[in-house]
Design a binder for this molecule. Structure first.
Ligand code: GLC
Length: 601
């Protein structure tokens, strides 16, 4: 039993929230760690840590906690729009990002995901996803004070700062890893180490490989430990051992440290991989749900202004666990990656079959939760997540090669980690490259770009744009010319200042793309029917190249994923008149009382 004294020492506000969430917190922690020797002492230290995190929380953030606790749906509004970028690619440094807040506001952004900015491993760091310190900013990007100032300025501009929390692994030069190497037994327990290949081989029989070309296998022999270390991603990213409660507590310390600097949203990186179980693919294990449940309860107690976002790039059927339930919530947000992939597949096939299947299989969400919708991000598109909906792998292979091989296709995608062990090759490239935006004749490409972004904006979720896509930025030529097997760098170029300067010029490709997307964003902001939690209905006429998606009773989105115009019959779209959709068009329409449709965008 926990000593009541630990709870009694908490300030009243925290005690009230503790009582509200105690059942969820203790239920999850007991399932995870009850059997661990020293559980009671550990729990008391965790609760003390929670009190400390709250005591250190600045007044301004506590005020935000109160506002959001009273309005837990705040991020479901149709006024929410996200933007994701690397700090150096977007603004050079954290202070440079500050100088671009005006640009973000112009686009309508209210949520900014900065890709990893904490001190990374020296040398290769998987784009910062190998973290060497959770308490320091990458010196090349700034300092913790810069981070705090940026977060405050963003907040003043109505923009919530989102940070990665890379919690599946740390860099091999993180103090925990260094300590393990130096022989500290407690720190060695932070990792999953094996004296020989016996168990790793048994695990491998059921594991997939994330980077089969650039980092084959899931274990790395580390001479300094004379052991095999579990490394799902790069060999220098050492997976953490979440069966050890000390790891969980340490990660919560990292989370609250950043939250108290002003981070409002945590992107829980690679969350599906946290719990390993022999004989399984070691993803989506039930214990991940408990880890998230406990994390959510702690956040709701200490810092209810904070949102948790699941980065679980998994088949649709696996996603409900990441949200939890109304009584036991987990993440507030999760990437709808099958929707994203299906949007691209609809373009490749000029058919919405897969997209409709994904929409139909999309589960309802508990209250106060939302999808994160998107078009591109810093990672590849992994087509395999669509297997349930596609039925057979050959169909997905055809979609992937449409984006890669150039033959007869407009797309300029780059294959990712093509290996025999992978049934379908992933795709890299910016949205403009995949949509086939060509400088010489950009129109059709821009229409496709607008179509897939329109889908992310209309579906019902928090749409997040990936830096440069709003300006139809092409692939990074230097990265594509290089020999790196990690082709994700194709979409990680520096934001082109020339394109940025052209955003209001209708004669330029960047300007046309920007204005087309701006129009959708503006219209969406004024329409409560497009909020994340407003109802959606797929009309029966959604087939072939046509998607007809209704939001609320009055809003209808009609989209044509083919290069031919389509004529839609009045009855099929439940309207007073027929509607003709040009090739690649998306029309946002309002139903009037007399059944006529008025075009909004
Ligand atoms: C996530 C990130 C990806 C990174 C991996 C390992 O999937 O999005 O970029 O390589 O985690 O941290």
């Amino acid at each position: 039993m926990i000593q009541p004294a630990v709870i009694d020492q908490l300030p009243p506000e925290l005690r009230r929230r503790y009582r509200k969430h105690a059942a969820q917190l203790h239920g999850a922690l007991e399932r995870l760690y009850r059997a661990h020797p020293g559980y009671d002492g550990w729990l008391e230290r965790l609760l003390t840590q929670l009190g400390r995190a709250h005591a250190q929380r600045p007044a301004e953030l506590r005020a935000l906690d109160a506002v959001r606790e009273a309005d837990p749906h705040w991020f479901c509004s149709s006024r929410m729009l996200g933007y994701s970028c690397y700090v150096d690619r977007f603004g050079g440094t954290l202070s440079g990002v500050e100088k671009r807040i005006g640009y973000l506001s112009e686009l309508g952004v209210s949520y900014l995901h900065l890709l990893p900015f904490l001190r990374p491993r020296a040398g290769a760091s998987d784009g910062g996803f190998a973290v060497a310190s959770f308490a320091e900013v990458d010196p090349a990007l700034g300092t913790m004070d810069d981070l705090e100032r940026l977060a405050a300025r963003l907040r003043a501009a109505g923009i919530s700062l989102c940070s990665d929390l890379v919690l599946n692994h740390v860099a091999d030069d993180h103090p925990w890893a260094r300590g393990a190497v130096a022989g500290d037994p407690a720190l060695r327990e932070f990792f999953l180490t094996f004296p020989d290949r016996r168990l790793p081989d048994q695990y491998e029989a059921h594991l997939a490989q994330v980077f089969p070309l650039s980092a084959p296998g899931n274990f790395t022999y580390v001479a300094a430990l004379d052991a095999w270390v579990w490394t799902t991603f790069y060999p220098y990213q050492w997976d953490l051992n979440y069966r050890n409660p000390a790891v969980f507590a340490a990660m919560m310390e990292a989370l609250f440290g950043l939250a108290n600097r002003g981070v409002e949203v945590f992107r829980l990186d690679s969350i599906a991989y946290l719990w390993k179980r022999m004989g399984t693919p070691c993803t989506n294990q039930p214990e991940v749900g408990d880890l998230l449940g406990a994390m959510r309860a702690l956040v709701d107690i200490v810092a209810p202004a904070v949102l948790l976002k699941a980065e679980a790039i998994m088949p649709t059927r696996e996603l409900p666990a990441y949200f939890g339930s109304a009584h036991a919530p987990a993440c507030h947000l999760a990437y709808h990656s099958t929707l994203m992939a299906a949007g691209w597949a609809a373009l490749a096939e000029q058919d919405v079959d897969l997209l409709c299947r994904v929409i139909e299989s999309t589960p309802g969400l508990p209250p106060g939760a939302s999808w994160l919708t998107y078009v591109r991000c810093h990672d590849d598109i992994g087509w395999g997540i669509l297997l349930d909906e596609a039925g057979d792998i050959a169909r997905l292979q055809a979609v992937a090669s449409f984006f890669h091989d150039g033959r007869g296709s407009y797309a300029q995608g780059v294959p990712f980690q093509a290996a025999a062990s992978r049934p379908v090759t992933g795709t890299n490239g910016t949205a403009a490259a995949l949509a086939g935006v060509r400088e010489a004749d950009p129109q059709a490409g821009i229409e496709r770009l607008a179509l897939v972004h329109g889908l992310a904006l209309v579906f019902g979720g928090l749409p997040v744009f990936y830096m440069g896509d709003e300006l139809a930025q092409p692939n990074d030529a230097a990265a594509c010319a290089g020999a790196d097997t990690d082709t994700r760098w194709a979409q990680r170029g520096v934001l082109d200042p020339e394109r940025l300067a052209q955003r209001s010029e209708a004669a330029t490709t960047a300007g046309r793309a920007f204005q087309a997307l701006r129009r959708f964003i503006e219209v969406r902001r004024a329409l409560p029917a497009l909020a994340a939690d407003a109802p959606r209905r797929l009309l029966a006429c959604s087939r072939g190249s046509v998607l007809a998606l209704e939001r609320g009773a009055e809003f209808l989105c009609l989209a044509n994923f083919s290069d031919e115009p389509v004529h839609l019959d009045a009855r099929a779209i439940e309207a007073a008149h027929d509607y003709v959709l040009p090739p690649r068009a998306m029309a946002w329409l309002e139903r009037r009382a007399d059944g006529s449709l008025e075009r909004l965008a």
